[in-house]
Design a protein around this ligand. Sequence first.
Ligand SMILES: [Fe+2]
Length: 366
Amino acid sequence: MAENYKFVDVSAAGPRAQDFWPTVVVPRKAIEAEIERLASIALPSTGRRASTVNHPHNTGPVPAFAPGIDVTIIVLKPGEQTPPIARNSCLVDMCIAGSGVAHIGAQEFGVSKFDVWNTPSMEPYVYRNNGKDLFVRLSYSNAPLLERLEVHYFDENPKPRAVGADSPLPPVNGKRARDMAEVIDFGTQGAQMLGYEYLIDIDTVDSKALIWPWAEVEKHLEKVYKMDNSYTGRHLYVLYNPATERRIGTSHCFFATMAKYPPDKIDQPHRHSSAAINYYFIGHGKSAVMGQRLEWEAGDLHLSAPGWAIHNHGSREKGFCALTIQDHPLQIAMESLIWQETLKSPIIKLGSQTGFDTNLGELIAA
Ligand SMILES: [Fe+2]
């Protein structure tokens, strides 16, 4: 019988050179044309009008715009409602046109232009367009990674949860089997052996859909917009979901930040192993990514930082607003998030080593 495996001698192999996916800008006009096309087709049997942006370097089994991140344009015409679905990928969405209602897990909320929200994994979700215009959203997920791992699970017929219902996993009353499982200490450095029950009864954190309405976010952005151009940090807020704890995410895989840059502010060149995708929705600006210079404007979608590629972004005379999605919490969970805040800074493993400083203290004191 033929062997169904082989050995690959890697004794002499050095580290594999990484294929940094080149920076790509998908212009506003192309996105608008795709939205129009989706709105013009007969409603597919899936009940969804959706188009995922594919990067030319993608070799994965599903479309992706960064190796571990997909961005899907999803359109609902007035009166349309998506059938419920649940999946073990998690999502972050931004409404880019119209308005609608999102029913995610036991939460239901209205969404309108530039609102951002998350969808926890395995929560059934349904969207409906109760307005008069097209309801369009950009939906970001970690599906490309799960598809690579061949573990992307879908439930195409989940029972939507009642709005306001309790968690499907109520707190356990009384003793857990885990509390009786053995714990054996090894040495003085913290190593232990634990009984099997520890593997199948993990401590839980409440993971639910949260929304950051643009009308509220916008007010706060004025503060970062007005910060002095000598600020060495970024003019933004991260949309923090407490379920992500110290990994500072919006979903368990991604952070979303909302930035408002003053005119003529140029960030320092830097790099991080997390990949970043920017959606610009006000103003315009420019970037240098792996030595390539480019300009962009409101409505463009940009693979702005392929993981570990040197890059920096800056505003032009109008300033800009951007949503950035980055697979930062995922990388912290993997202990792979390396970061170099300027090209003269050390390479730091964020989450295990002391992080970087900005001049915020000096600016506040001044
Ligand atoms: Fe960056």
